[in-house]
Design a protein around this ligand. Structure first.
Ligand code: FES
Ligand code: MG
Length: 590
């Protein structure tokens, strides 16, 4: 039924159904009780949800509480009606045992809200690491018009005149504390200086990476991701985003028209160019699965590995969010990638225009921070995807491998990209902290540190613990990093060259479960292999004898999660949720 010359919106099934006055009255009356009018709700104006991820529990996103006022104004100005609602909090640094456990819970909550309430379109407020993928996964599943509003990074942090980046500084502070260079109080002061304002991490950690991914996918307005949280442009972007979602509802522009295979390929290319977090393949693969787009870790290697790193931002480089924004942000990166034919230019975006139309005219303003494609910080900045007897799939961010590391491990004459090492195996972070300084282990600068039972099922949720510091004695000798392998994740703010996200994880019987301290392993980056150097008969005997530890659930959700979660290589999604793709089409909720 048409209304005001426009197609009838799904919200009108709640607000205006003369065939069922009883239900209509019940739906209407309670929403009138705070001052909305029947005239407004029956006017045929789009109802726009604002998925609010900010709260006192979620400081990285808390700024969205204020930004929502500008979103509401934009929605009203464009003729819509805003309905703000809370999202289950996901705070990267505050949630035990890990925020990763809650990504899928927030996803489930968002799906229920978008499906079950009279919402015609939604503004997804994003910021801290998992909030962005949780929102995009939910939007993919329900497939009503949706647009991302990033909260933006914090201002740049300084300590004693030097830039200090959130997250990244913690690794440096830990090293200095372990080496006895700073006290406990100095440790905390140093880290606090990296967080000088509202906003999410100011490094190219998982938050800045995932907000860039949302923009690269075409799901936010161009330029949205990089604007620092306190800048006036952030509030203006909030207003423009509110306006635009109303138009998107009238245009019926849905996630399925934007998050196509081409869009994901653009996101992969951008991920390499910006030096994105190792969490991005997990989250993008998860969003793709809920969208029904084919995407695997192998695509990340095939499409992204060769792309150079052109953004000089911590942890791979020197600068932080403000410098990146002033240099041009993601539009400048996309334009530079376009000039070298690396962008799927026709991919549609929330503007109703293509990625090429949105970004073609963007320019690099500060070539110190955003390099040209021909003068990158590093060539081949993407993720190498490894497989072998240790796991079926794991990723390595080769762009953060230091020269010192290459000298010790990789650049051996005749075999430049392969190394063998003696494995030291830890069963989770507690075991690591307990035993890392045990002299009995005989850890030297040619060992590899392995951590297991840290994946989605093992932890649960998958822990950011793979980047392990060497024993204090080695650090004091100047060996600040050893290669690390694990079935957990690594903080996007860490510059460690670890092999991560190993799938299948040890907790479900993956290859790491049969590894023993003292085994030799071989990593070959050219062949993309990672193997235990033992005869197959020995490996088979160990597999047969393997007895997995018991995993204890502390909450009901942990049990539900463990029973349904898949592996990190496949996005770590609730496997039984994947079949509910495009609910709009399946149940005619449009
Ligand atoms: Fe929330 Fe980094 S901890 S963005
Ligand atoms: Mg993190």
């Amino acid at each position: 039924m048409a209304q005001n010359g426009k197609p009838r919106l799904r919200s009108q099934a709640w607000w205006d159904n003369p065939d069922n006055p009883g239900m209509t009255a019940l739906y209407l009356e309670r929403y009138l009780n705070y001052g909305l009018t029947r005239e407004e709700l029956q006017s045929g104006k789009p109802i726009i949800g604002i998925a609010q991820t900010g709260s006192d529990l979620s400081p990285c996103n808390r700024h969205h509480i204020e930004l929502a006022e500008r979103v509401r104004a934009g929605i009203r100005d464009a003729g819509g009606i805003p309905f703000e609602f809370p999202v289950h909090p996901i705070q990267e640094t505050g949630k035990r045992p890990t925020a990763a456990l809650d990504r899928n819970l927030a996803y489930l909550g968002l799906v229920e809200v978008l499906y079950g309430y009279p919402i015609d379109g939604v503004v997804l407020t994003t910021g801290c690491d998992k909030t962005t993928p949780a929102m995009l996964m939910g939007a993919a599943t329900v497939n009503i018009p949706a647009i991302v509003l990033s909260g933006g990074p914090m201002l740049d942090g300084y300590f004693e005149g030097e830039l200090v980046g959130s997250g990244t500084v913690v690794w440096e502070a830990r090293r200095r504390h372990a080496a006895g260079e700073i006290t406990y109080d100095q440790f905390i002061d140093l880290v606090s200086e990296s967080a000088p304002s509202v906003g999410h991490c100011n490094t190219m950690g998982t938050a800045s990476s995932m907000n860039a991914m949302a923009e690269a996918l075409g799901m936010s307005l161009p330029g949205c991701a990089a604007i620092p949280a306190p800048y006036r442009e952030r509030g203006q972007m909030a207003h423009a985003t509110g306006r635009r979602i109303v138009e998107m509802v009238h245009e019926d522009l849905r996630p399925s028209g934007i998050m196509t295979r081409e869009a994901f390929e653009n996101a992969i290319v951008c991920a390499s160019a910006i030096g994105a977090s190792t969490n991005c393949p997990i989250h993008l693969n998860a969003i793709a699965r809920h969208m029904g787009v084919e995407l695997t870790n192998d695509d990340w290697d095939a499409i992204g590995y060769q792309i150079p790193l052109i953004v000089d931002m911590m942890p791979a480089g020197r600068f932080l969010g403000e410098g990146y924004y002033r240099a041009g942000g993601l539009p400048a990166v996309i334009a530079e990638l376009m000039r070298h034919g690396k962008v799927r230019e026709d991919a549609m975006t929330v503007t109703g225009r293509t990625v090429a139309e949105n970004n073609r005219d963007a320019r690099i303003v500060d070539p110190e921070v955003i390099r040209s494609y021909d003068k990158p910080l590093m060539t081949q900045a993407g993720f190498a995807v490894l497989k072998g007897t240790l796991f079926d799939s794991a990723i390595m961010k080769t762009s953060v491998i230091s020269e010192d590391f290459r000298k010790r491990y990789l650049c051996r004459p005749g075999d430049e990209n392969a190394f063998e090492a003696r494995a030291i195996v830890f069963d989770g972070p507690e075991d690591y902290h307990h035993r890392i300084n045990d002299p009995e282990l005989g850890i030297d600068e040619t060992c590899v540190l392995v951590i297991r039972y840290c994946g989605p099922v093992g932890y649960p949720g998958s822990a950011e613990v793979v980047n392990m510091l060497p024993p204090d004695a080695l650090v004091r000798e100047g060996v600040s990093e050893l290669p690390c392998i694990g079935d957990g994740r690594q903080s996007g703010t860490s510059g460690s060259p670890s092999i991560l996200n190993a799938s299948p994880e040890a907790a479900v019987g993956g290859g790491l479960a049969i590894l023993e301290t003292g085994d030799r392993i071989r990593i070959d980056l050219n062949r993309r292999s990672a193997d235990i150097l033992l005869p197959e008969e020995e490996l088979e005997a160990r597999r047969k004898a393997l007895k997995l530890p018991d995993f204890v659930n502390q909450t009901p959700w942990q049990e539900i999660y463990r029973n349904h979660v898949g592996q990190l290589a496949e996005g770590g999604v609730l496997e039984n949720a994947v079949k509910y793709q495009r609910i709009d089409e399946r149940f005619g909720i449009a």
